[in-house]
Design a binder for this molecule. Structure first.
Ligand SMILES: [Zn+2]
Ligand SMILES: [Zn+2]
Length: 303
């Protein structure tokens, strides 16, 4: 029986020994980016899986360094194998290779990039969040989804993928905001946590803006600012950008509600909104016609 088990495992034995001998083990990082082998025991990642994944990633990175076209497609293949074994790191690496190919002869493929960044987020959400590698998550959000949504995607052309990315980010965001998780973060991780949230909320805000939902966009740009500076340069720049966006949009959103303060008429059509008369005295309310405005103006005389 024992003999049979070792025979079963023999194709992998060599790789296990290799990894042990090389002592280049990055297993602690790996366990935070690798989906567990046992759903009922989320802490269990079999050494065999983690060693196999580690070897695949190391070999892929070695081939990427070689910068040979043949090696390039081989390393993509290796990373795909590691992704299938549950490695969020490998999926994210693939996302970045499709977004910014290392060799100049390969054109970027934004949809493939989004596909692998989606897999990366899905794999991460399968790992209990106390083991999340926040540096990897930040790479996926800021280098991946933020880049795609804010600079590469076209809202109309890539609508479906764009919305899918927002949906995945909101799922991650929900888990991130769990007090059990945020309460135990180290100072460094707290900075990364905030940098991740800044990028995600900015993406929601930009989405609302391009959809012409200015009131929501304003709220979300303000929320981006409220996350606060985090000492991660790109995220802190984004806070300033959110502030500028807020100021620009603010002027486009009427502060006066499109409702007649006197008779309660609600202006829905744009032409109706244009016809509203803003009270010159208080400048905070509108009326539907001159009669209503005259009645409203009388209320100012009482004071
Ligand atoms: Zn009225
Ligand atoms: Zn008034």
């Amino acid at each position: 029986m024992g003999f049979e088990i070792s025979k079963e495992a023999s194709p992998y034995l060599l790789t296990v020994n290799d990894a042990q001998l090389s002592e280049k083990s990055n297993l602690p990082r790996l366990t935070t980016t690798l989906v567990c082998d046992d759903i009922d025991n989320p802490s269990i990642t079999l050494p065999l899986t983690s060693t196999k994944v580690q070897n695949l990633i190391q070999e892929a990175e070695r081939r990427l360094d070689a910068q040979d076209v043949k090696d390039y497609s081989q390393s993509i293949n290796l990373l795909q194998q590691a992704t299938i074994l549950g490695s969020a790191y490998a999926a994210a690496k693939l996302g970045s290779l499709y977004l910014n190919p290392l060799n100049t002869s390969t054109a970027p493929n934004y949809l493939s990039a989004a596909g692998y960044y989606s897999i990366a987020l899905k794999l991460i959400s399968m790992i209990p969040c106390k083991w999340w590698d926040l540096k990897l998550l930040l790479d996926i959000i800021s280098g991946g989804w933020y880049e795609l949504i804010c600079s590469r995607f076209d809202r109309r052309r890539d609508l479906y993928t764009w919305n899918h990315g927002i949906k995945l980010m909101k799922q991650i965001d929900k888990k991130l905001q769990d007090p059990d998780f945020t309460g135990v973060l180290s100072l460094k991780d707290n900075e990364k946590y905030r940098a991740i949230r800044i990028h995600m909320v900015y993406c929601y805000a930009l989405t609302a803006e391009v959809d012409n939902d200015y009131p929501l966009a304003l709220k979300l740009y303000q929320e981006t600012e409220r996350v606060g500076f985090c000492r991660v340069t790109l995220a802190d720049k984004l806070i300033k950008k959110a502030h500028t966006k807020y100021r620009l949009l603010e002027s486009r959103v009427p502060r006066v509600q499109p409702v007649c303060v006197q008779c309660g008429f609600v202006a829905k059509e744009l032409t109706e909104i244009w016809r509203l008369l803003v009270c010159s005295k208080c400048q905070t309310v509108a009326c539907c016609n001159r009669d209503c405005l005259a009645k409203h103006l009388k209320s100012h005389d009482k004071f």
